[in-house]
Design a protein around this ligand. Structure first.
Ligand code: ARG
Length: 278
């Protein structure tokens, strides 16, 4: 056997070994262990696994599959961001009602939950660069006369408690109106629409569209209204956690420029993002 082939074989085996070492090193992320080889990943930014809170009842952004895994667009975005930023993350299902508090208390390191960046929320937490554009959308029964937002003024309206949907409906009907039925989750509000307990639901467009597409039997239609502002989703960190925020923003930038974001977007929404999520 000519020696150059033997050398090549040796080189291939050595390369395979190094790759195996590098992969084995990945899971550990132990800062005390020296890198296994020049090709091993850099040591992680955070010495511990960061806990990501998400209200996993918000398909296609976050939900729990049959195996109990938390999956969705937001989850894929944060996983990709974490990989770029050298962070290790785990997702913990966290009810919307206590989600901001869990960040403040330090029970969660970051939140991804289709959270709209608002001035009010900015007072108590910090947000990454926006990663998704959304709008409110009205869901009504197919035979409903509702044609615009104003038309729901005298109806019973379902919202998820404490969301931006709750906020816009509160402005139209009055915050303390008894016609607003506040639910713990958006799917519960939509179920109530199906059952006839409310005549309209106002929630984020992505979730409403997805729900309707998967519940044809519900007999719903959607009504959009030009008065609804564009909302931007951001990843939230505890107020003042500038180091983590900077890493998340770097990760977001990296997944936008290398096409990962567009790939994740297409895998959940079937189309390319209009402006790479900016
Ligand atoms: N975007 C809306 C808001 O920030 C609704 C988000 C609800 N998210 C969820 N996972 N339940 O208020």
């Amino acid at each position: 056997m000519p020696s150059n082939i033997i050398n090549r074989r040796f080189a291939l085996t050595a390369a395979a070994l190094l790759t195996a070492l590098a992969i084995a090193g990945c899971g550990k992320q132990d800062a005390a262990t020296p890198a296994a080889s020049a090709s091993a990943p850099p040591p992680p930014a955070a010495a511990r696994v960061l806990v990501v809170g998400t209200d996993a009842a918000y398909t296609p952004f976050e939900s729990q599959n049959d195996k109990g895994d938390i999956v969705g667009f937001d989850i894929d975005v944060v996983k990709a961001v974490a990989q770029k930023a050298g962070l290790e993350v785990k997702f913990v299902n966290t009810p919307w009602e206590g989600i901001f508090n869990s960040l403040d208390q330090g029970d969660r390191d970051l939140l991804v939950s289709a959270i709209t960046i608002t001035d009010e929320r900015r007072q108590t937490m910090d947000f990454s660069q926006p990663y998704f554009d959304a709008k409110q959308l009205i869901a009504v029964k197919s035979d409903s006369p509702v044609a615009r937002f104003e038309d729901i003024k005298n109806l019973k309206v379902g919202v998820q408690n404490g969301t931006t949907g709750d906020e816009v409906v509160g402005k139209l009907l009055g915050k303390s109106s008894t016609a607003i039925k506040r639910f713990e989750s958006t799917p519960l509000a939509l179920k109530e629409l199906e059952a006839g307990g409310v005549q309209a639901v106002v929630a984020d467009n992505g979730v409403v569209v997805h729900y309707l597409a998967n519940n044809a039997a519900g007999g719903f239609k959607t009504v959009s209204d030009a008065s609804f502002p564009v909302e931007k989703y951001g990843i939230a960190v505890k107020k003042g956690n500038a180091e983590l925020l900077a890493r998340i923003n770097q990760g977001l930038e990296a997944i936008r420029t290398d096409g990962t974001y567009a790939r994740i977007y297409a895998s959940h929404f079937g189309t390319e993002p209009k402006q790479a999520g900016k």
